[in-house]
Design a binder for this molecule. Structure first.
Ligand code: GLU
Length: 507
């Protein structure tokens, strides 16, 4: 019988959630849903020195915003609770001890000074790194070099120790990655990683293997940066006798900076003017807030769709896909091996596509805070109409203000010089007489206003084009916005007349 598919996202709560992290969540989620499986959120907080207040809640909030809700988590609970590793602390020791008993791990009592001495003694030059490994371990203070009695005594008198894995010599460690195919490692190059720390907490290496086993994880998808850790994990699965149950692994390619090579970092985002975190992240240590995609006005559906396409496609060229479509089409084998360059313009394109697809009522709720923050307080009816008129032009939610502010306030006529350039008496006389006509216009619709405008233009022997741009600038303040008669319709007769009069007084 096939095992029920179970995947996990296992972040360490240390800061803002990078878009690469969200993409990892997304691929896990899509895979789980496509296979009728479970998506588990496990908080890997065993490194107490990196603990950051609020970071776990932030991750939960990001997942909720993205619509990627886990089936099991620290808040939801589940059959394998607790889902926070610090609360599972006691459980890992047993496995560390098993590994020691079977000769695959050992106690190491070295002090920081011992380790430093080893490094300086074995260092060839300042560039070489000295590892705690097969070449150095026999010169250190550990249960491989000390007698059994000495070890017991050290343990009994409470000497601090760590437990290290004993990496085998001259072995090739091989596994098959779902994206990259067969990957092999030379065991001689891997150091004796710490499994259990002096504070009794497991390291990531031990905890991730134990928990993936205990939580019955069938597939483990994680960032490519974890590939160097894979040999340690593979050996642990083997040494603990769990090889049969080892999840299938896929190491996801990096999201690269748009220019040059290398992983997209927060610094690149700052430098190039776009976010890299899903949501605003407040760093309590630095008392600093980093802006997120949510806050600059991304819709979560656009954000996740864009991320899905960073490193994957369904092969048909289709790009805009709903979560349901993604679930149907997604396969981990189609994820690219190479990194994907992040393209902010493309990300904005996705957002515009989703804004266009979203109904006006929903957009009104999403855009109102941005408009209100600028002092715009439209009536709900007006706001819905404006949204319908301008949504095509809006890429980010704050654009509903930038592209529509003149519906909610009398704009400053910033581009008056553009009218002045070609201003003449004929145009003035047209606008003045049209204004008096407008006062009497009884039907105030875009069609009626335009007809009325056309009639006056003809009477004045002008071309429509002579007066359209001036009219737009009078009503909007600049050379943008939707159809000018739609604008006049929505701002109303009184306001239209007032804006034309104000402009004429300045010309
Ligand atoms: N705790 C690791 C992280 O912070 C998880 C890596 C993994 O998924 O194995 O990304």
């Amino acid at each position: 019988m096939n095992k029920r598919v179970r995947v996990r996202f296992a972040p360490s709560p240390t800061g803002g959630l990078h878009l690469g992290g969200v993409r990892t969540v997304l691929y896990n989620y899509l895979f789980a849903k496509a296979n009728g499986g479970d998506f588990v959120l496990r908080i890997e907080d065993t490194d107490q020195t990196r603990f950051v207040e609020g970071a776990e809640q932030y991750i939960l909030d990001c997942l909720a915003w993205c619509g990627l809700e886990p089936d099991e988590s620290t808040v939801k609970g589940g059959p394998y609770a607790p889902y926070r590793q610090s609360e599972r602390k006691e459980l890992y020791r047993e496995y560390a001890e098993k590994l020691i008993a079977s000769g695959h791990a050992y106690y190491a009592f070295d002090t920081p000074a011992d380790l430093e001495e080893m490094r300086s003694k074995h260092r060839v030059d300042e560039h070489s790194t000295v590892q705690y490994d097969r070449t150095t371990r026999m010169h250190m203070r550990n249960s491989l070099t000390l007698s059994g009695d000495a070890v017991l005594e050290l343990l009994n008198n409470g000497t601090p120790y760590v437990v290290r894995i004993k990496m085998p010599e001259n072995e090739t460690i091989v596994f098959s990655d779902m994206i990259r195919g067969d990957i092999s490692f030379d065991s001689n190059l891997v150091d004796d990683k710490v499994l259990l720390k002096a504070d009794g907490m497991p390291t990531y290496h031990l905890a991730v293997v134990v928990d993936d086993y205990l939580m019955k994880i069938t597939h483990a998808f994680r960032g490519e940066e974890w590939l160097p850790s894979a040999p340690v994990h593979l050996l642990l699965w083997d040494f603990l006798g769990w090889k049969e149950d080892m999840p299938q692994w896929a190491h996801l390619p990096l999201i690269l900076k748009p220019d040059g090579n290398g992983k997209l970092s927060k610094r690149d985002g700052d430098r190039l003017g776009f976010p890299v975190f899903a949501m605003n992240w407040y760093d309590p240590a630095k008392n600093e807030t980093t802006t997120g995609f949510r806050e600059i006005g991304f819709l979560p559906q656009a954000f996740t769709n864009m991320l899905a396409m960073l490193g994957w496609n369904d092969g048909t060229g289709k790009e805009v896909m709903s979560m349901e479509e993604l679930i149907k089409a997604f396969s981990i084998e189609r994820v690219h091996k190479g990194g994907a360059k992040f393209d902010f313009e493309k990300a904005k394109w996705f957002n515009n596509q989703y804004i266009q697809q979203t109904d006006n009522e929903t957009l009104a709720k999403l855009a109102l805070p941005y408009v209100a923050a600028q002092g715009g307080h439209p009536s709900p009816e007006l706001f819905l109409k404006v949204i319908g008129l301008i949504k095509e032009r809006c890429t980010l939610l704050p654009d509903f203000w930038a592209q529509g502010h003149f519906f909610f306030e009398t704009p400053e006529i910033k581009e008056l010089p553009a009218i002045q350039d070609k201003w003449n008496e004929a145009k003035r006389s047209f606008f003045e007489s049209w204004l008096s006509g407008l006062e009497l216009l009884s039907v105030w619709t875009d069609v009626a206003i335009e007809q009325h405008f056309n009639d006056y233009i003809a009477q004045h022997g002008l071309k429509k084009g002579d007066a359209m741009l001036p009219l737009r600038i009078m009503l909007v303040g600049g050379k943008y916005g939707p159809g000018v008669f739609h604008i006049a319709d929505l701002i109303g007769k009184e306001e239209t007349i007032k804006r034309i009069q104000t402009a004429l007084a300045q010309l």
